[in-house]
Design a protein around this ligand. Sequence first.
Ligand code: PXG
Length: 446
Amino acid sequence: MNTPRSFNDVNDLNAYWMPFTANRQFKSNPRLIVGANGMHFKLADGREILDGTAGLWCCNAGHNRPRIVQAIQRQVEELDYSPAFQMGHPKQFQLADRLARLMPGDLNKVFFTNSGSESVETALKMAIAYHRTRGEGQRTRLIGREKGYHGVNFGGTAVGGMSANRKMFGNLVTGVDHLRHTHGIAENRFSKGQPEHGVEIADDLIRLIELHDASTIAAVIVEPLAGSAGVILPPKGYLERLRKICTQHGILLIFDEVITGYGRLGEPFATNFFGVEPDLVATAKGLANGVIPMGAVFAQDKIYDAFMTGPENMVEFFHGYTFSGNPMACAAALGTLDTYEEDKLLTRASKDSDIANYWQDAVHSLKGLPNVVDLRNLGLIAGVELKPRAGKPGARAFDAFLQAYEAGLLIRTTGDTIALSPPLIIEKSHIDFAFDTIKTILKNLR
Ligand code: PXG
């Protein structure tokens, strides 16, 4: 097979419209990945770079893990595809069962999708339909949060709260309102782990209930920890308070765990980590280690049961995807769960573990460097917030991204925040390299 090793022919770059990418800038100076192994990507020029972002928060077990590769190879020879509707194959049931066992509480029903965006749409539709099945069809309103990111489909864009993602796309889904975000509370700057201040922001939900009346609200959706908008942590007690208000008013609580799921916080899910059980959980990314697109929505038993009422020959939930639970994705996810289990990855960065403490110390060692205005961390996540250049938001952090790439480290930037979310197999030597590299860059970045 002919693996392209360079971008010699400029015309080659024209056809591909790249997602969430500055296309013209990229194509003028492309960055091509041709291989990966463990903690590293291999570039077209032969260099290796440390993966500080687990791909896009998804390769939690690191790259090219043998169990996952073999699981897919075996599957493709055995059963390539089976129809997702009115037919099943064994691995769907095995996988759902294993996942339900990982998730705490009553979140025992699992619906498969192909991405985080699809998981979000699925959860939102489940919430609205659930109320209708119970005779509360007037509960259609969805509440999201400012700075929230719930993927790019219409429902997720509507409940999301990043204006760049919303402003081009018209009215989106109507009947949506937003809580305020919890970013930028001055007293929380440079907090280690969960910040102390801001629990009262959860009371925004009471304000929205007073405005719209609880009887019109189907669900509240939040990321337990917001990744895309720049690593925004929930203040202590905040998620607990949201849960309490939702319960009091018959509103479903949806956690979007697309980035927090599968060990990112040192527990299988943020639901475990924070000890707060939502009614629905949207996941994707780490489920199949980013190797094959896959998502899963977890629903409490009571939600599934509410649908199981009509004639038994009738479809109960008119929703699903051609590739829901497809054999290759299920095989990859089962191989992923085996890998997580064997390497104990889902709890590797648990609170006060050696690696979580080392990570936290490394993050906060950046305090005092030029333009660093806040540092945030939880589990194996870090947010390094830089002061924006006057009139050029995002430019300083993007320069840091380019310099890090040249120096052998892959980071993500959103606005002027550097976000780090490495594979959970990271060792101390990698952490040293990543933060030494960032330190050198920040010392000299203008
Ligand atoms: N919800 C959340 C919380 C996410 O972070 C999605 C939904 C959508 O998932 P899909 O699989 O449809 O992309 C996401 C995706 C970043 C970054 O660097 C984050 C995401 C995707 C790409 C980059 O912050 N999150």
